[in-house]
Write a new protein. Structure first.
Length: 210
């Protein structure tokens, strides 16, 4: 099954992608991670992306989707995949379709903005492996240290309160229109993000299997 997770920054997409990945045995694909991996490995698409990234420019959609297509062609994606953080705009969703990447279901996790702001101020992300934690909902076993690799779990600059307000504005302007786009194709399932992660996970897994 090929899935997309939608939701504002801090809605819990990454956490729920991990839950689905474990349950269905399909990989979670984060575009940020695969871009960095492609650059590190020196693939043709990665070399293209590197030029844009080094100049501080946004990597064009066709380059990102080319890298995504390479990743999806790998053996672990035979049974499906979960896209986390892509597409971010309707043109990206259209480009995804035009490159023949089929999506079976899109799950949107809805959380009010004020809850998002409270959540993100407590989020901590590992500097080394990117694992995500929360000081209240999903604390690390050792304060400030990643459970998976022992790296430093820190408050990211883009989770600072003033940055979060700007990120939410961008989400509503650019990414939220994807909800109507996929609803129009009959692929969208909306769920309300719950206070407890496990309660959201139950709703997400129900949505996947329905």
């Amino acid at each position: 099954m090929n899935l997309i997770l939608l939701g504002a920054p801090g809605a819990g997409k990454g956490t729920q992608a991990e839950v689905i990945s474990e349950k269905l045995g399909i990989p979670q694909i984060s575009t940020g991670n695969i871009l960095r991996e492609a650059v590190k490995n020196g693939t043709p698409s990665g070399l293209k992306a590197k030029g844009y990234m080094e100049s501080g420019a946004l990597v064009p959609d066709e380059v990102v989707i080319g890298i995504l297509k390479d990743r999806i062609a790998e053996g672990d994606c035979k049974k499906g995949f979960i896209l986390d953080g892509f597409p971010r705009t309707v043109p990206q969703a259209v480009a995804l379709e035009n490159m023949g990447i089929g999506i079976d279901k899109v799950i949107s996790i809805d959380v009010p903005d004020e809850k998002i702001q409270a959540r993100l101020s407590g989020r901590r992300v590992c500097e080394s492996c990117g694992a995500s934690y929360h000081i209240e909902y999903k604390p690390t076993q050792t304060e400030g240290k990643c459970d998976k690799c022992g790296g430093n779990a820190v408050l990211r600059a883009d989770d600072a309160p003033e940055t979060v307000i700007e990120r939410l504005k961008t989400y509503h302007d650019k990414t939220a229109p994807l909800i109507d786009f996929y609803a129009g194709k009959g692929k969208l399932v909306r769920i309300d993000g719950q206070e407890e992660v496990k309660d959201t996970s139950k709703l997400v897994l129900d949505a996947v299997s329905s």
